[in-house]
Design a protein around this ligand. Structure first.
Ligand code: PA5
Length: 352
């Protein structure tokens, strides 16, 4: 086990600098948003009846962020597609954003090609790859993401900021500038508190990694921003710490999962419950009742609270805590957080 308070061990444990990318989340969000807002030749927003964001894994979560933030605030649905197929309804009045950090993801390329074929209003977003080349050939607007980070999941600020800026430029969402400014300031401050220089005693992300230890994490969030944050935590435990992890959403988990947490079933698991000030009183009462109902399982539960005043701040503050905690979990166990050999090996095999 590495010592999370030993900066030399941390440096050795994170040779490609994943911690530095996470600390830069606020700056990335700002840059991505500015790039999206100022992108050239974007399709018209007028008459758009649905927004569809296509992307997988570390790119797809950018779409989840937009979907959660637009819930109840747009007069049209925002749908995230994580696969090859576009929904049947997609046509001329659908704005399709195809996001792939590498630009080479099979599913996203297929969805992009289908969107172009159907005459949708399409914007491609990537840091290069085939998607950029196809967009150029098709004369589809392409937003080029910066390449200063190596991994899609380390580029979430770009992958969420760019579509926010694009939707604002198309006048499909209200201006977000003030909210972005506040969120960036909050993330910059949080990265000091959660970063490697703060000792475990004063660092909630390091403390969380130590608390999880060898157990399997189960991340719970209430539907909306905490749901997306829970997905991100789960996938970051998978990819950074190379461990199984699971996520569930309230209230749905009360209708199935709690039955599995019978007496004694909690051994070996650590539940991380993501909370935010936007939860209704009804949800708060449900969470209390849920924790009471599963108490006999012996599940160890820790609550992580979002910071800030807006859904954007809540979501990104939860994400940053999880990003740091999962990288610390990796370092603690001597795992390099950056490479994802199983995932890339599978992609290579499928490419033949
Ligand atoms: O985190 C990862 O590396 C993956 O989840 C990728 O994001 C996913 O495979 C899709 O690749 P890309 O983001 O390049 O489209």
């Amino acid at each position: 086990m590495n010592d999370l308070d030993d900066l030399v061990a941390i440096g050795r444990g994170d040779p490609e600098g994943m911690l530095g990318s996470i600390a830069g989340l606020g700056g990335q969000l700002q840059k991505g948003y500015d790039l999206g807002r100022s992108a050239a030749a974007l399709p018209l927003g007028e008459g758009v009846t649905a927004v569809v964001i296509c992307g997988m894994g570390g790119s797809g979560i950018g779409g989840d962020v937009i979907r959660a933030l637009s819930a109840g605030r747009t007069g049209f649905p925002v749908v995230v597609v994580k696969g090859h197929e576009l929904p049947e309804f997609c046509g001329r009045d659908t704005l399709v954003l195809a996001e792939s950090f590498s630009g080479n993801t099979e599913e996203t390329l297929a969805a992009y090609a289908e969107a172009v074929r159907r005459g949708c209003r399409v914007v491609a977003v990537s840091a290069g790859g085939r998607l950029a080349a196809l967009a150029e050939a098709d004369e589809t607007p392409h937003l080029a993401l910066p390449t200063d980070v190596g991994m899609p999941r380390a580029a979430l600020g770009y992958l969420a900021g760019a579509p926010l800026g694009i939707l604002e430029a198309a006048e499909l969402i209200p201006p977000a500038e003030e909210d972005i400014d506040r969120t960036v300031a909050l993330l910059d401050a949080a990265s000091e508190e959660l970063g490697p220089h703060r000792s475990t005693e004063a660092n909630p992300a390091k403390a969380l990694a130590a608390w999880v230890g060898d157990r399997v994490s189960v991340i719970w969030g209430s539907s909306g921003v905490a749901e997306v944050a829970a997905v991100r935590w789960k996938t970051q435990f998978n990819e950074n710490a190379k461990r199984p992890a699971f996520h569930s959403v309230l209230p749905e988990l009360d209708h199935n999962e709690i039955e599995g947490w019978r007496e004694g079933a909690g051994a070996g698991f650590a539940v991380i419950l993501l909370r935010h000030p936007g939860e209704s009183g009804r949800m708060g009462r449900r969470i209390d009742a849920t924790l009471e109902a599963i108490a006999p399982s012996g599940l160890d539960v820790r609550q992580v609270h979002a910071r800030g005043r807006t859904p954007l701040e809540w979501l990104f503050s939860l994400i940053m805590t999880g990003d740091f905690a999962t990288v610390y979990t990796a370092i603690l166990h001597g795992i390099d957080p950056t490479p994802v050999p199983v995932l890339t090996g599978l992609k290579d095999r499928l490419r033949g």
